[in-house]
Ligand binder design. Structure first.
Ligand SMILES: [Zn+2]
Length: 203
């Protein structure tokens, strides 16, 4: 039996499901919430509920959005013929932060929601690539930048995607390894990310 009252044990169990949150942190968060005002606790609960109720995936690029198609896909100022492929929705902000001598990234995105990972049973069919292939095959795209992380899985995914897209007449590029090998592009600072985009090479 838990040494906490049931509502506390339940919250701790839920918090422990968050990435990077162990038992100690979960307990700390739970007691913080218990001590906080009714308004703050209600706002937190409502923010969690509202997130699931109002957010969905963009039907074009798979990014997380409250309007479909998303703001990137409908932007009149972005280059819709330049598509940056990333692993996770959070990677978009890393690319958006990139600031190089020629300004920031002005193209659009495609989110895979994962990488190839035979060890975890994730094959090509588990990746969300259909809308990307659709866009490419209908001639809407001039260049696809493969911005998956320089990890084993990220590289395998980039290689597989390049092979898949090679059937179509477009430029396929891979970000340079300005992003440290083996690391997640989410942690790249804006200059590193800009260099990675700037130094992208043809595949
Ligand atoms: Zn979109």
């Amino acid at each position: 039996m838990s040494r906490y009252a049931e509502p506390m044990a339940r919250l701790i169990e839920e918090l422990k499901k968050l990435p990077g949150v162990g038992t100690k942190s979960a307990q700390r968060f739970a007691f913080h919430i218990l001590r906080s005002s009714d308004e703050d606790a209600a706002a937190l609960a409502e923010a969690v509920r509202g997130l699931k109720a109002s957010l969905r995936l963009c039907s074009i690029c798979n990014s997380v959005t409250d309007v479909d198609p998303c703001a990137y896909c409908t932007s009149p100022t972005r280059n819709h013929r330049l598509v940056c492929v990333v692993e996770e929705p959070t990677n978009i902000s890393a690319v958006e932060r990139a600031r190089g001598p020629h300004g920031g990234y002005q193209g659009v995105y495609h989110v895979l929601h994962g990488t190839l990972s035979p060890l975890h049973g994730i094959g090509p069919n588990q990746l969300r690539t259909s809308t990307l292939v659709e866009r490419v095959s209908s001639g809407e795209v001039d260049e696809v930048i493969l911005a998956t992380s320089p990890t084993l899985e990220g590289e395998a995914t980039a290689t597989w995607l390049a092979d898949t897209l090679r059937a179509f007449p477009l430029r396929i590029t891979r970000i340079a390894t300005g992003v440290p090998a083996g690391s997640d592009i989410e942690y790249a600072d804006e200059v590193t990310m800009a260099q990675a985009l700037e130094g992208r090479r043809e595949l």
